[in-house]
Unconditional design. Structure first.
Lengths: 171, 302
C-alpha cells in the first residue's frame, strides 16, 4: 500500500477533509469510554483545535489528535452511560412481530443489554463498541488504541463472555 | 486453540467449519447471537461536524516563536550575515514550483493563506518575494483557487490571464482551450486582447483564441474534480481521454476520430466505469495491451 503523501494540514481544505474523516470516530471512541457525549465532544473539539494551532509542527495528524484526546481523558474516570439509538425496525414490520409480547420482550432484552455494556471494563467496552457500532476492523482498533490485534481480540472475547453471562443471569 | 480470542474471531466470521459447529453447541450460543443481532440494530452516534469545524477555525493561531540572534564578535558576524543574506536573496528570487503528477492532485497554500488545489498533470510557479504586493501565479493545467482578500491576484496561463480580488474560481488551461469558472466573488478573464468578467456560477470557454459559446451557468459551488467526478462540457474526445490519463495515471490510445463532443460526468475513482461509459457512447471496444489501454472503433463505418 502506498504511504499517504505528507500534505499541508494548515491548508483549510485539507484540514476540513481530515476532520470530516476522523472527528466522528474520535468523538465516539471517547463517548464509549465515558458514556458522556458532551465530555466526548469537548475533548474532541479541543484536540482538533490544538491540531489547528500547531498545524505547522505536527507530523502525523491522526496520532496527534488521538494522543491529545487520550491525555485529556486521563483526568476523567467516572462512567456515565452510553445510550444507544436503535434504527426504526424495518425488518420486523410483519404483524406478528409487532405484537405487544414481542415488543415487551425486546425492550427487556435491551435493558439487560445496556446493563451488560455498563458492567464491562472500559477497555472491553471501547474495543467492542468501536467494532460493532463504529464498524472498525480489529487492525484499525489496534492502531487507534496503540495495542496489538491479539490484545483487541482478547478484549472483545472477554466482553462477549461477560455480556452473555450478565444477560443470562439477569434477574 | 486460542480460547481467549475465539469469540472475537467468531464475531469477525473467522472461525472455520468445525470450530463454528462446536460453538453452536454451546449453551451460550443463543445469547451470543442475540447480542450480535441487537448490535446490528444500533446506529452510529452522529456528530455535527460542520458546527464543530466552524468553532475550530475561529480559534486564534498562536504566534510563531521569534528567536533573537546575538553575536559577540560582530565583525565576523556582519561579514557572515552579508554573505548569508545574498545567498538567501538568490534562493528567494527563484520561483517556487508546485506540480501535480499524473494520478494525484496537489494542494498547497500561498504566503497570504490563499489556497490552491492542482489537478493531476498540472504545473504552477510563483515568487514568494513581496507576495502581498505581487500576487501572481503561473499555471499550466488546471487548478481550483480560494483567494484571500487583498491586492489583485492574477493567474497567468499561456492562453490567457485571470484577475481577481478575493474569490473562489477554477482555471483550466489545456492544449488550446481555456475554461474559467467563477464560484464566488468576481473574476476577469483576459485573452487575445479581449476581456470578460464572470460573477458567481458563471463560466466561459476560450478555444483557439476565441470565446466559444457564450458565458454559461454552472450549478455547483465547487468544481466536481475536487471530489470524485470528472465533468466535461463540449469537450473533444482526445481531451476527455487526456483528462482520464492524467487523473488515473494510465496510457490510452485510440485510432477513432469523431466530431462528436462529450458533455457529461465520469467517475474519478472507478476507471472501468469511466471507460465503459465512454465506450458505450462512442461504440468502442476496450483492449488492454500491457500497460496501454486501447480503444478501437467497433463499427468501422462510423
Amino acid at each position: 500500500m502506498k504511504k499517504p503523501e505528507i500534505q499541508d494540514i494548515c491548508n483549510k481544505l485539507i484540514f476540513s477533509a481530515f476532520f470530516k474523516a476522523q472527528a466522528q470516530t474520535l468523538r465516539n471512541y471517547i463517548y464509549y469510554k465515558f458514556g458522556d457525549k458532551d465530555l466526548a465532544e469537548d475533548i474532541t473539539q479541543d484536540a482538533f483545535i490544538k491540531l489547528w494551532q500547531h498545524c505547522a509542527e505536527v507530523r502525523n495528524p491522526k496520532s496527534f489528535v488521538y494522543t491529545v484526546a487520550k491525555n485529556n481523558a486521563l483526568n476523567h474516570t467516572a462512567y456515565k452511560k452510553v445510550v444507544f439509538n436503535y434504527a426504526a425496525n424495518n425488518a420486523s414490520t410483519a404483524l406478528d412481530n409487532q405484537n405487544p409480547e414481542y415488543l415487551l420482550e425486546e425492550k427487556e432484552f435491551r435493558h439487560k443489554f445496556d446493563a451488560a455494556i455498563a458492567a464491562l471494563t472500559e477497555s472491553q467496552r471501547t474495543a467492542l463498541l468501536l467494532n460493532r457500532v463504529e464498524g472498525k476492523k480489529y487492525k484499525e482498533i489496534a492502531e487507534m488504541l496503540g495495542i496489538s490485534v491479539k490484545a483487541v481480540e482478547k478484549r472483545i472475547h472477554g466482553a462477549l463472555i461477560a455480556m452473555s453471562e450478565k444477560i443470562e443471569n439477569f434477574r | 486453540m486460542n480460547d481467549d480470542t475465539q469469540l472475537a474471531r467468531w464475531l469477525a466470521g473467522e472461525l472455520d467449519g468445525p470450530e463454528l459447529e462446536e460453538l453452536k453447541k454451546s449453551p451460550r450460543y443463543a445469547t451470543l447471537m442475540r447480542i450480535k443481532e441487537n448490535f446490528e440494530k444500533i446506529e452510529q452516534p452522529a456528530l455535527d461536524a460542520n458546527s464543530m469545524i466552524e468553532t475550530i477555525f475561529m480559534q486564534p493561531k498562536k504566534a510563531p516563536k521569534v528567536v533573537p540572534l546575538y553575536q559577540k564578535a560582530w565583525f565576523r558576524g556582519v561579514a557572515a550575515s552579508i554573505i548569508l543574506l545574498i545567498g538567501l536573496g538568490i534562493v528567494f528570487t527563484l520561483p517556487k514550483k508546485v506540480d501535480a503528477p499524473y494520478g494525484k492532485t496537489m494542494a498547497f497554500t500561498l504566503p497570504d493563506r490563499s489556497e490552491v488545489l492542482l489537478n493531476a498533470g498540472s504545473e504552477s510557479g510563483y515568487s514568494s518575494i513581496n507576495w502581498d504586493n505581487n500576487r501572481n501565479i503561473e499555471l499550466d493545467g488546471e487548478a481550483y483557487f480560494e483567494v484571500a482578500k487583498g491586492k489583485t491576484f492574477t493567474v497567468t496561463t499561456a492562453l490567457g490571464t485571470v484577475t481577481v480580488l478575493g474569490t473562489h474560481f477554477n482555471v483550466k488551461a489545456r492544449e488550446n482551450r481555456l475554461d474559467v469558472v467563477c464560484y464566488e466573488g468576481k473574476v476577469q478573464v483576459t485573452y487575445n486582447g479581449k476581456s470578460s468578467v464572470l460573477t458567481p456560477h458563471m463560466a466561459l470557454t476560450v478555444e483557439d483564441g476565441q470565446l466559444a459559446g457564450g458565458i454559461y451557468q454552472v450549478a455547483a459551488n465547487k468544481p466536481l474534480w475536487t471530489g470524485n467526478t470528472l465533468s466535461f462540457s463540449n469537450e473533444k474526445l482526445p481531451a476527455v481521454l487526456a483528462e482520464i490519463e492524467r487523473r488515473y495515471d494510465v496510457d490510452i490510445q485510440t485510432d477513432y476520430t469523431t466530431d462528436r463532443t462529450f458533455s457529461g460526468v465520469l467517475p474519478a475513482n472507478d476507471i472501468d466505469g469511466a471507460l465503459k461509459a465512454l465506450s458505450r457512447l462512442y461504440h468502442l471496444k476496450i483492449q488492454e495491451h500491457g500497460t496501454i489501454i486501447l480503444l478501437k472503433a467497433v463499427d468501422a463505418k462510423r
